[in-house]
Design a protein around this ligand. Structure first.
Ligand code: ARG
Length: 462
């Protein structure tokens, strides 16, 4: 059934019908659509725009429609234009003319904006919970590895020793920021648009605040034209999701590297790895690769919405129907990635010995050797120069700095003493960096405790 047949003299072409229809993807909004319609019908009744009996009849029928959709008696297998049309048609089929009163003072333009905001709010919370679960897993891993020394890299070249806990806590920080971004996005999504009508508001005395309260919205929109044409909240959520996916993707890249034979820092559980159909020896980090791969489509979804919106005049344009597939795909993708990532990292095994031995090669203590001389009075730049020459000498002899004799060291600077060996051990390179934000064991323990309290605060605000 068409909700707008009156001024038409012939049926739409079947191809145009199926082209226009968004039902195959917007059916997932049915709960939000029904909840929104019930709130609207109650308000119409309370305001005397329809009678109390009519309002109750509409609400009762909408409840039954919800039940029928949930238990499968009402299917989405229909040629309806969208989920809003499908539900309104079902309502009219049930209660006839009373059902035809539901749409009083409302347009699908403010209705779809409402549904999408309700959906986005719900999904923001779900994504946030998944991040918090992942964050908790990261804290547990970090807690077990505050003394697990590993090489830190810049340019993917060994740089200075850190700990596995410190490295993991870097990702914790990223995900913490992601929850903050989601909360900001939530605030701007939490605004109720009903009452904006098609674009110019309505002549009926709607109680917009009552609807906002019933549906749990923090405030109501302030301009009817903006309210029906604003998809900033969708773009923002797509951006938040892209950022989460970018973080997951960087993490995935490290998992791929660390699980390679060359690094051998971690071993992924068989339950989160796959084999090769030709090479019997292979165990591949497919999950991490696929998370890295899927980040691309979420960035694409953000670009797609921005491109859809950029040339649109006010107010609603049908182009905006294209917002949904991008949003739904990104939401599904990030939720799937967060939960599979959680399983993958919670079950991986850490090869401490390999991490420690790797941090001993590659002159990761060269900065500390320079600092050693600088502390003894040499200007740092001069110390840097001397250690640079020392490193060249070591490369030539295929030795590490700490493997040279004191005499050899002294031929570079008389400031070297016996205590240098202890001073530049990988473990001590880490333990000396107890500066706030640094990798020393006690500092990272403080960071982990702070992380736990951050998670508590994010989960239970106030
Ligand atoms: N299916 C439409 C969408 O997703 C609902 C709004 C339709 N409004 C209209 N005037 N055609 O945007």
């Amino acid at each position: 059934m068409k909700l707008w047949g009156g001024r038409f003299t012939k049926n739409t072409d079947a191809s145009a019908d199926s082209f226009n229809s968004s039902l195959r993807f917007d059916s997932r909004l049915y709960k939000h659509d029904i909840a929104g319609s019930i709130a609207h019908a109650r308000m119409l009744g309370k305001q005397g725009i329809i009678s109390t009996e009519e309002s109750e009849k509409i609400c009762g029928a909408l409840d039954r429609i919800l039940e029928e959709i949930t238990n499968g008696t009402l299917s989405f297998d229909s040629d309806a234009e969208d989920i809003h049309t499908l539900i309104e048609t079902a309502l009219i089929n049930k209660i006839g003319d009373t059902g035809r009163k539901l749409h009083t003072g409302r347009s699908r333009n403010d209705q779809v904006a409402l549904d999408l905001r309700m959906y986005a709010k719900e999904q923001i919370n779900e994504i946030k919970s998944l991040i918090l679960e992942l964050g908790t897993a990261l804290l547990e891993i970090a807690e077990a590895h505050t003394a697990t020394v590993m090489p830190g890299y810049t340019h993917l070249q060994k740089a200075q020793p850190v700990t596995f806990a410190h490295h993991i806590m870097a990702y914790f920080q990223m995900f913490k920021r992601d929850t903050g971004r989601l909360e900001d996005c939530y605030d701007r999504t939490d605004v109720m648009p009903l009452g904006s009508g098609a674009l110019a508001g309505t002549t009926y005395p709607l109680d917009r605040s009552m609807i906002a309260k019933e549906l749990g919205f923090g405030s109501i929109t302030e301009n009817s034209m903006d309210a029906v044409s604003d998809r900033d909240f969708v773009a923002e959520l797509l951006y938040c999701i892209s950022m989460i996916m970018m973080h997951l993707s960087r993490f995935s890249e490290e998992i791929v590297l660390w699980s390679s034979g060359e690094f051998n820092f971690i071993r992924l559980d068989d339950a989160f790895s796959t084999g090769s159909s030709i090479m019997p020896q292979k165990k591949n980090p497919d999950v991490a690769e696929l998370v890295r791969g899927k980040s691309g489509r979420t960035f694409g979804n953000l670009m797609s919405l921005l491109a859809t919106m950029k040339g649109l005049p006010l107010a609603y344009n049908k182009d905006m129907q294209e917002d949904k597939e991008a949003l739904f795909d990104s939401v599904d993708t990030v939720k799937q990635c967060l939960s599979v990532f959680f399983g993958m990292i919670s079950s991986m095994k850490i090869n401490k010995e390999k991490m420690l031995s790797a941090s001993k090669g590659g002159f990761t203590n060269a900065t500390d050797a320079a600092d050693y001389l600088a502390v003894k009075g040499l200007p740092f730049r001069t110390a840097h120069e001397i250690i640079g020459k020392l490193v060249l000498y070591c490369i030539d002899k295929n030795m590490a700095i700490e493997e040279l004799s004191l005499n050899e060291l002294r031929s570079f600077s008389h400031l070297f003493d016996d205590d240098v060996y202890n001073n530049i051990s990988a473990e001590n390179c880490v333990s000396k960096r107890s500066i706030t934000g640094g990798p020393a064991e006690e500092t990272v323990r403080i960071a982990i405790e702070k992380g736990k309290s951050d998670i508590r605060k994010i989960s239970n605000p106030d």
